[in-house]
Ligand binder design. Sequence first.
Ligand code: R5P
Length: 292
Amino acid sequence: MADLDGVKESKNFYTDIPQKTEGFFLKGSNSLDWGMKNRLARIFNPDSGHTVMLAIDHGYFQGPTTGLERIDVNILPLVPYADTLMLTRGILRSIVPPSVTKPIVLRVSGGSSILKELSNEEIAVDIEDSLRLNVCAMAVQVFIGGEYEKQSIMNMTRLIDMGIRYGIPTLAVTAVGKDMARDARYFRLATRLCAELGAQYIKSYYIEEGFETITSCCPVPIVIAGGKKIPELDALTMAYNAIQQGAGGVDMGRNIFQAESPAAMIQAVRTVVHENEKPDKAFDLYNTLKNQ
Ligand code: R5P
């Protein structure tokens, strides 16, 4: 039982110090609930406001992608350098040790493969499984202009509703069909639509012309996918330009795990994303680390 005698009486109520009411650092996220903000603050670094997500979910529709044949061998050594891992529950449970404390962004849409129409997806993971796996966000593909556009949008909105119920953010991944123009007009439409319907953050692609108009009129953070493998300096330049033009970070896969030295590449990408390092300096770092 707690002592009743000799209790220290003097209390300090700090009546001269007003309680702080802090805003939330992330674009468009101030009105979210505590749990959702806390998860986003694990994905996005509150100091830089940015994130380096390592995307390794490609197998969910295209099988063992080059560089991802053995995730235990090739990818686990990169985990310390990533802010977040984006992957499927199959790889998470079978290969990633639960002692890894990096925030997980779980791929939860699926149902199509490269052999068929890719936009024909559904939500493929129960919200309860996302909770069991302690994920920080759920990722769903949205095919604006695609054959199953409406279905994919409704997948997203259902996921957003479930996520709001439990405090888990939804990452809307804008997928572009092969024949569609990858221009600013398209990405403004796709990203804004996802934001208007409630996605807490959005994955899109960097484009040379007008990328800043996409980030400017999207009210929530945009992270860029890396896309197909390009030379390392070009990938660092793309990441640099995206950050300078308002991106909240990268969700990069092939340009990291297919690099000649993936560990060197992800560290170089980090300096661009978190420290505004110039691409040529980041490339120097890449070469130095690669040769060590
Ligand atoms: C592909 O569908 C996945 O969503 C990837 O996570 C995404 O494309 C990012 O990977 P990459 O940088 O290789 O394009």
